[in-house]
Design a protein around this ligand. Structure first.
Ligand SMILES: CC(C)(COP(=O)(O)OP(=O)(O)OC[C@H]1O[C@@H](n2cnc3c(N)ncnc32)[C@H](O)[C@@H]1OP(=O)(O)O)[C@@H](O)C(=O)NCCC(=O)NCCS
Length: 148
């Protein structure tokens, strides 16, 4: 059965392995561990029994939250997992007083941009050469709760 739950330390080896399999500059297991110890951060995973299928999370500062990670195992994509995780993440953020969510995404990452647009995020501009390996611009996206 598929469940969504807050990320726990025991999830970190799988989370870091998924991260390393997807991103050219992945967060380390230690990076996720640090996030779990921050009160301002919230991370969740989608899991089937003990198998982690995806994860996402944010760092909050006052009424803003920066969504820092969103990923789904390649074999599990296209079945609504990211949408379900982010819907839960936004709900948790709102419960914590977040009114404005932001994130950056590679301008070439059409699947992620479509996903964020479906969830009400809009582009607020481009940050030139934001990413390395390969160098690429970032699209900065925001979702403002008050405008819903
Ligand atoms: C982006 C990502 C998280 C989407 O995960 P997913 O579980 O496959 O997404 P979902 O099945 O929930 O799809 C939700 C929406 O995303 C969009 N989407 C997802 N995959 C897409 C694709 N290959 N092409 C176009 N749009 C896509 C669609 O708008 C979809 O809505 P629809 O089903 O109504 O058309 C996944 O592809 C991934 O992990 N990519 C690698 C990591 C990454 O790029 N993370 C984002 C960094 S900013």
């Amino acid at each position: 059965m598929l469940t969504l739950h807050p990320m726990k330390e025991k999830d970190l080896p799988q989370v870091a392995a998924i991260e390393a399999s997807i991103f050219s500059q992945p967060w380390s297991e230690k990076g996720f561990l640090d996030a779990l110890h921050q009160k301002a951060a919230f991370y969740l995973v989608a899991a089937e029994e003990e198998k982690i299928l995806g994860y996402c999370g944010f760092y909050q500062s006052f009424d803003e939250a920066d969504i820092t990670n969103v990923a789904v195992r390649e074999s599990e994509r296209g079945r609504g997992m990211a949408r379900a995780m982010l819907t839960e993440l936004l709900k948790e953020g709102k419960n914590r007083g977040v009114a404005h969510f932001t994130l950056e995404v590679r301008v070439s990452n059409a699947p992620a941009i479509h996903l964020y647009e479906k969830l009400g995020f809009t582009s607020a501009g481009i940050r030139k050469n934001f990413y390395d390996c390969p160098k690429e611009d970032a699209m900065i996206m925001w979702r403002h709760e008050a405008l819903d």
